[in-house]
Design a protein around this ligand. Structure first.
Ligand SMILES: Nc1ncnc2c1ncn2[C@@H]1O[C@H](COP(=O)(O)OP(=O)(O)OP(=O)(O)O)[C@@H](O)[C@H]1O
Length: 264
């Protein structure tokens, strides 16, 4: 059984009225079917507006698809009862691009990382402190950082804190939505290395959403290329990047393989 399965997902947004009074719509996701196996990092790449984030929001339950099904461990997400939904949230975490707005500036780092632990586990304060400090070390930060505030950290450090919070409950799947896109190149590589190491250590699965094929290529095991709401190409093996054929794939490829005779 796949960890995650999307079956013919469709999502259309209603926009404002056109000048003729008809409601305009945008088909953000047209008919997406894909599967993600346990322990795998699936990269979803595509240009801006191709529907990547909408897909992520649908999996997270932040948006409801107009048609289609999302199955998590074989079960339709939209049929989940309250208790199952709580369990799903434990197993399904997310790290967004904007590391600053993802944290409450008035809370200490310790409180931020402890939040999922407080929601799901009954720990004594010394157990909680030990876990938070362990998580900080795991993401390459200092245990003493738990007493500091978000404004005292760089973007890369804050993204490490967001990752620590995301792995606190040892989820099965983490959606990484442009999670390294706002960071400097060197910091991006450091965070990608950290994500790869955590994936191995905790057998995590990732859905790595990005417009940057270079970053996707660094971490993903498999690849889905999206264009105008559809998956237009699929790779089971990242070693076969040169085989990509769709014009959008070729355009994205030129950033990874500069010698590629594509759309430089
Ligand atoms: N809440 C919304 N209301 C109306 N249109 C939306 C909404 N969210 C997304 N869209 C539209 O749906 C399409 C897909 O957007 P989406 O954000 O999923 O793409 P994306 O590939 O993630 O791009 P980006 O990386 O720029 O966010 C776009 O045309 C976008 O304008």
């Amino acid at each position: 059984m796949s960890l995650l399965e999307l079956r013919a997902i469709k999502k259309t947004y209603l926009l404002g009225n056109s000048i003729f009074g008809k409601r305009k719509t945008v088909e953000a996701v047209k008919s997406v079917t894909l599967t993600l196996e346990s322990g795998v990092c699936l990269g979803i790449v595509g240009e801006s507006g191709s529907g990547k984030s909408t897909l992520g929001k649908i999996i997270l339950g932040l948006e409801k698809p107009d048609q289609g099904e999302v199955l998590f461990q074989g079960k339709n997400l939209h049929s989940f009862k309250a208790k199952e939904l709580k369990e799903l949230r434990r197993n399904l975490q997310v790290v967004f691009q904007d590391c600053y707005s993802a944290v409450n500036p008035r809370l200490t780092i310790g409180e931020i990382i402890a939040e999922p632990l407080r929601n799901y586990e009954r720990l004594t304060s010394s157990e909680e402190q030990k876990q938070v400090q362990g998580l900080l070390e795991l993401v390459g930060l200092n245990p003493e950082d738990m007493y500091r505030y978000p404004s005292q950290f760089s973007g890369g450090q804050l993204q490490r804190i967001n990752i620590a919070r995301a792995i606190a409950l040892k989820p099965k799947l983490i959606i990484l939505d442009e999670a390294v896109s706002a960071l400097d190149a060197l910091v991006q590589v450091q965070i990608l290395n950290l994500l790869a190491q955590l994936k191995e250590e905790f057998q995590l699965s990732y859905l790595f959403i990005s417009h940057d094929l270079q970053a996707v290529n660094y971490i993903a095991d498999r690849l889905a290329v999206m264009c105008k709401g559809e998956v237009v190409e699929w790779l089971d093996d990242m070693g076969q990047l040169e085989r990509l054929e769709h014009p959008v794939s070729k355009k994205l490829l030129s950033s990874v393989l500069p010698q590629y005779p594509g759309f430089l």
